[in-house]
Design a protein around this ligand. Structure first.
Ligand code: B12
Ligand code: SF4
Ligand code: SF4
Length: 323
């Protein structure tokens, strides 16, 4: 079995052509306690051995990003900061691939699997166990240096980690939230309770859901076509930069073709939503702000898609207070 020390990882990371990122290590137990009724879905979410049978450790990395904010007009909408920047799924995956290759060239072959958001397992839990921060009241991992504006990724591998006995990762007992509750107050939908998100009320959850957005959900949507950063803006541990290109034009979204969508949007973190869901969100925001008449120029486009037609029918039944 191959071993690796924390110091070697640090040295290899500092030689990579990317900004320094905080990292931590997690030792994976040989035996994972499973509830008696655990099914495949449970294993996918909680059992590292389901993903890599001989997993011994994880190298967990926080990849910071700049939070951005900007003004919207009646026909534009905001993208979450992770949608403004290059797609973190790709960037962070590539970063971890490069790190894994550097480790291989140093210690020789080992098996590994990379996780960034969509690959299974609970990312916040891994970062927590790696001692990289604590779960904040906005439910995200809060790191003392980078606040909550970072993405989490890790290399699950068969490498045995060698740490100094007094240098083992400690689950953070610090709580940088203390008596603060600015995020809970700032959330326009009251979606934050007990450090978890009430997904039925969270705009980020609603604008990423599948299917039609119901009348009750439309009421909860704000200016966001993808995600929502309000509970991160509110946090004193985060810095927000004002930009003037952080919005998308809703009319332009309605006119996108498959190829223009692919060209301009597929390489962003919201590209996975696909063209139809993006148009669904644009339709909802246009109708909410300007009334159903704002969709008149797009009736032929809407008629070609069952989801957009269904969404149009929901919107038709709502009486909007037009801006
Ligand atoms: C599903 C999901 C969502 C859903 C539901 C979120 C949720 N909290 O359940 C929605 C769409 C709402 C969402 C929104 C966002 N998400 Co999200 N999401 C995920 C995903 C894919 C799975 C999370 C999950 O399984 N939730 C269901 C169960 C496990 O939730 P839970 O039991 O309530 O556990 C949550 C909390 O309780 C807490 N938690 C974990 N362990 C512990 C332990 C203790 C003791 C406590 C108290 C809490 C706690 O973290 C868990 C995940 O949020 C993860 C990636 C991953 N693979 O883990 C990213 C992830 C959590 N999301 C992320 C991001 C960036 C966001 C957004 C900021 C994006 C945006 N701008 O819109 C928002 C933030 C909303 C918010 N305030 O949380 C990042 C968070 C990075 C960080 N700093 O923590 C992750 C880790 C993706 C990544 N790899 O970077 N997300
Ligand atoms: S992402 Fe937006 S809607 Fe969701 S909990 Fe945070 S502030 Fe509330
Ligand atoms: S706003 Fe306050 S309560 Fe919310 S995550 Fe930041 S420090 Fe914690």
């Amino acid at each position: 079995m191959k071993t690796i020390s924390e110091q070697l990882i640090k040295n290899l990371m500092s030689a990579l052509p990317k900004p320094a990122v905080p990292f931590g290590l997690v030792k994976i137990d040989d035996h994972i306690e499973r509830p008696h009724d655990a099914d495949e879905a449970w294993d996918f979410k909680h059992n590292p051995h389901y993903h890599l049978a001989a997993a011994k450790s994880a190298i967990v990395v926080l990849y910071p990003y700049q939070l951005v904010n900007c003004a919207v007009t009646s026909h534009s909408a905001k993208l979450a900061s992770i949608g403004y920047h290059a797609d973190y799924h790709l960037v962070l995956y590539q970063y971890l691939e490069t790190l894994a290759a550097a480790i291989k060239s140093s210690v020789g072959h080992f098996d590994y699997k990379i996780f960034v958001d969509k690959h299974g397992l609970d990312d916040v839990k891994f970062a927590l166990e790696a001692g990289l921060g604590h779960v904040a009241k906005n439910s995200l991992l809060l790191n003392d240096q980078f606040g909550t504006a970072h993405n989490i990724g890790y290399i699950l591998s068969t490498l045995k980690i060698v740490t100094e006995p007094n240098n083992l990762p400690i689950i953070s007992l610090d709580d940088y939230c203390l008596n603060c509750n600015r995020c809970e107050v700032a959330c326009p939908n009251g979606a934050l309770r007990d450090r978890t998100v009430l997904t039925t009320r969270c705009r980020s959850s609603i604008n990423q859901k599948k299917g039609v957005i119901t009348a009750a959900e439309i009421d909860l949507l704000g200016d966001w076509i993808y995600g929502c950063d309000i509970c991160q803006y509110a946090c004193p541990h985060n810095a927000v930069k004002l930009v003037d290109d952080g919005v998308v034009d809703l009319n332009e979204i309605m006119l996108l073709t498959k190829s223009t969508f692919k060209h301009y949007h597929m390489s962003k973190s919201y590209g996975y939503l696909g063209l139809t869901r993006l148009k669904r969100n644009a339709m909802v925001l246009l109708a909410k702000r300007l009334g159903i008449a704002a969709l008149e120029p797009y009736r032929a486009i809407i008629a070609r898609s069952p989801l957009l037609t269904e969404q149009y029918n929901v919107l038709k039944g709502i009486k909007f207070g037009v801006l």
